[in-house]
Design a protein around this ligand. Sequence first.
Ligand code: SF4
Ligand code: SF4
Ligand code: SF4
Length: 250
Amino acid sequence: MKKKLKLVIASMTCCEGCQVEILNLGERLLNIFEIFDLGNFSWVKEKEEIDYYDVALIEGTPLTDEDIQSLKELRKKSKIIVAMGTCAHLGGVQEIKNYTENRKNEKAKYVYSKYQRIENKVVVPLSKIVKIDYVAPGCPINKDELYNILCDIAIGKSPKIAPRPVCFECQNNGYPCLLQKGEPCLGPITLGGCDAVCLKSNRFCYGCRGPINAKSPIIKRHLENIKKLVGEKYLAEILETFGAEDDFIK
Ligand code: SF4
Ligand code: SF4
Ligand code: SF4
């Protein structure tokens, strides 16, 4: 029997919603565990000391010294790291803190009695600290996409996400175009693969999966048009929601 690949599912600071999506794979988890030996996954088993992983799925952002240390350790031990979810990929909702004028625990003191002990670091995605091999984008991830990523890795293939914008799936699903109704949708410049789930609920795209092609001149043009539509402040709020402002505006 072929030796199983060693898998770790790890979490930095975040809501852990991407791990929930892994559990939502249901019976398909059994297929994964046919191929992968689960080294560590805190939701399912006690932590073990393991020296090597073939694949590390990491969600969240490295916001504390402990996170940063554990991320560096995982990089040393893992052949492949997949940044799982918007927090890991772009910074996520917690990156909003970077955009506020006052980062010095001013707000924290109203909530925590020992706020001085909070490590108030700048929020960065995993790639600012260690090399990342692949990304499973979205807040939360698309579980089907993650499943395909793991299947590709298992057969030695590089996982690829089709370079199509959210508009592609939106129009394939027959949803009405919110942009044409004057709403500030980021669908044309955002990497698809979420099946346009927000548009299904008549909500415009906030770009949680990041830019489809960060170097494309279309991004600048589209953002200029959105700015004319809703103003600079609201556009900034949209881009900041998932920590993607610095990814769209390079
Ligand atoms: S990407 Fe979204 S769902 Fe996943 S951990 Fe971050 S906040 Fe939670
Ligand atoms: S609603 Fe948004 S995602 Fe859908 S087609 Fe219009 S611009 Fe594209
Ligand atoms: S429609 Fe946009 S904001 Fe919604 S899940 Fe897809 S990429 Fe994210």
